[in-house]
Every structure is written in C-alpha cells, then in structure tokens.
Design a protein around this ligand. Structure first.
Ligand code: KG4
Ligand code: ZN
Length: 339
C-alpha cells in the first residue's frame, strides 16, 4: 500500500511517500527556520502562511522523487494534532482536497504517536518497548504497546525538554534553531563547568516525571552561582553544562523505568533525540540489563512526513479512516495513564 504523508504541525513543511508502513520512497522536508530566525522562535502566523505557499511544491517534489504517480497513491495520512492550529489546518485541508481529488481515504494522525513510530521506518522494533519522546512541545516516557496504544509513565510538569534548549539558546543568543545550536556549542565546552540543580521528583505519581523550569531559571538568572572553580563562563561551557544537566534529568527517569519494568527495548524519538550527548548516554544503556536501544536517524528524529505516512499505513490498512469533518487540535490527546 502506497501512503502519502503530510506534516505541517510546526515549522517543517513535509510530504513523504511510504510503502507498506516502512519503505520510504521519498521524504521531502522544507524547513522554515530561515523565516523564523529573526524572531528566534516560530511565529504561528508566518508558519501557516509559509505552509500555504509551499505545500503544493513540496507535494509535487515528494511525488516525483518517489517514482510513483498520483494514481498509485492508496491513501493519505496527515498530522491533525497536536501543534500550531493554523499550521495543522493547512496540512489537513490539503489532505482533504487531495483525498477528494484522488478518490482515496485519508486518516488524521497524532504527531506524538508518529514520533514514537519513526524508528520503525529503519528498524523493525517489536512491541512493547519503553518509548522516550523528547521534542520541542512534549516530553514523555511511555510503555508503547502498539502503534496507537501507549500508556504514559511520566511527562513534564512544566517545560518540554526541547523548549528548554530553545529558551536557553535564545537567552544567550547561541543561534537558531536552539537545540542544534546548543548541540554544536556544547561539543567545544565542558559539561562540568557548572553544577546546575536538578528537580527532585522521585515519589509517587511523579516517579517518572521531569521538570525543566528550575534548570532554566538557574541557567538564565543565577548562572554565576553554579560556576565551578577553574572554569570560564563561556557560551560553550554554558551550553555543555546545560545540555549535560538536561539529559541527566531524563536519564534518571529512563534508568528508573528500565529498572522497574525490565524493558528489553527502549526507543527514543522527537527532535531532542537528535542530540549528540543524549544519544551517547542512551547508547550506554545497551547491554546493561540486556536492554537494546533504538533511535531513528537524525532526519527522522525531527519533524518529517515519513513517520506520518508510516503510522498512517496501519490505520488505513485497518480501514480506520477519518471522516470528512475531522478538525485539528492544538492540544495533546489524553493518553492512558498507568493502571
Ligand atoms: O520533534 P521536533 O522537530 O518538533 C516538535 O514536535 O516539537 O522537535 C523540535 C525540538 C526543538 O526544541 C529543538 O530545539 C530540538 O527538538 N532539537 C534538539 C536538537 N535538534 C533538535 N535539541 C537538542 N539537540 C539537538 N541536536
Ligand atoms: Zn515533532
């Protein structure tokens, strides 16, 4: 089955063609970072207008690169939540129009589930596994039981992990997009230059939760207080020590969940899963208690339509089509908690 995927939830305008949920025939990702760089953050109005301008061209290119023609498309999958409403509407409306024109069904998919599916495009990881979703809008640890069945263990109680990267980068003028700017600065800095505080969420319902607002406040407002003797307050050192602490906060929860549930597999996804230090720390878990660690390649960590087409295949195969009246939602769906 040939599925065309569409992703416009934030500032990536992407269309992909994927066969049978795993074989990527094309994955065109047009990033708007240049459009938003002057503001050091995504401007919703600019994002939706740029999607409107670009989506036809991105679709044409994705189709051409796939080697398929439009009559060979069996179904369409489109991100319908969560994200920026105005941007999601562009993708969803395009999907509906295309579905009507081609006479094929479409399905709206959840962006978070799509990130957790991304790994399947490159490695056939059997379910269940511990899913670690770290993106700009979300941070979540979950038992992933199938492509659309997740049981949330923990989430952020304030800022998302990627959001903290973006805010720190913006505050110190480190570059845009913030996450990758910090990643490259940190490679030239010392993670031990600062000893930033970490949240002490470890009890009861918060056992697997994370928090980033305390770290952000410490880095932005009380930087000098945490500088260790013998280190210079350079941007490289700030980036490296912030990155180290941000990843440490995550790793404590990941290790705790691995110990508690003895997962055989752990899968990361989302933009922050592209982070060099996070990847190396996660890989250290390999073999520990027989745990296998899986990551999507860098391009499939950040927003892309291949993961949308990939997960969409499963819904379409099961004839779980969306209705013509499907709307977008800016908010995260309420996933099941632990029973
Ligand atoms: O998954 P994604 O593309 O969009 C959302 O669903 O939010 O994730 C974007 C986030 C941004 O916060 C960005 O700063 C972060 O992922 N990011 C990174 C890196 N690349 C992207 N964070 C740390 N290191 C990176 N290399
Ligand atoms: Zn995303």
């Amino acid at each position: 089955m040939i599925v065309l995927g569409i992703e416009t939830s934030c500032d990536e305008c992407s269309v992909a063609v994927v066969e049978d949920g795993t074989k990527i025939l094309s994955n065109v990702i047009a990033t708007q970072s240049e459009q938003h760089a002057a503001y050091s953050g995504v401007v919703p109005e600019i994002a939706s207008r740029t999607h409107t301008e670009w989506i036809m061209g991105v679709y044409r290119e994705a189709l051409e690169r796939s080697g398929k023609t439009r009559v060979e498309i069996d179904g369409i999958a489109v991100t319908c939540r969560p994200g920026l409403s105005g941007s999601l509407v562009v993708g969803l409306s395009f999907a509906k129009g295309l579905s009507l024109a081609l006479g094929v069904p479409f399905v709206g998919v959840d962006h978070i589930l799509a990130h957790l599916y991304a790994v399947q495009l490159e490695h056939a990881v059997p379910y269940p596994f511990l899913g670690v979703l770290v993106s700009g809008g979300h941070t979540m640890l979950a038992v992933v039981k199938s492509y659309d069945d997740v049981e949330v263990l923990g989430t952020t109680i304030d800022d998302a992990c990627g959001e903290a990267f973006d805010k720190i980068a913006k505050h110190f003028d480190m570059g845009y997009p913030g996450g990758s700017a910090i990643d490259s600065l940190a490679r030239r800095g010392a993670g031990d230059a600062y000893s930033f505080p970490k949240p002490s969420l470890h009890k009861g319902d918060h056992r697997y939760d994370v928090s980033y607002s305390g770290l952000k406040t410490a880095v932005v407002h009380h930087l000098e207080k945490y500088l260790n003797a013998g280190f210079e307050p350079t941007r490289e050192n700030i980036a490296a020590a912030f990155e180290k602490t941000a990843v440490e906060i995550l790793m404590t929860r990941v290790e705790r969940a691995l110990r508690d549930f003895r997962f055989e597999r752990v899968v990361a996804g989302g933009g922050v899963a592209a982070n060099t230090y996070f990847r190396s720390r996660m890989l250290e878990l390999t073999g520990g208690a027989g745990t296998a660690v899986f990551f999507p390649s860098l391009e499939l960590c950040t927003d892309n339509a291949a993961m949308v087409a990939g997960i969409g295949y499963h819904y379409l195969r099961e004839k779980k089509h969306s209705s013509d009246s499907l709307d977008v939602s800016a908010r995260v769906a309420v996933f099941r908690g632990r029973e």
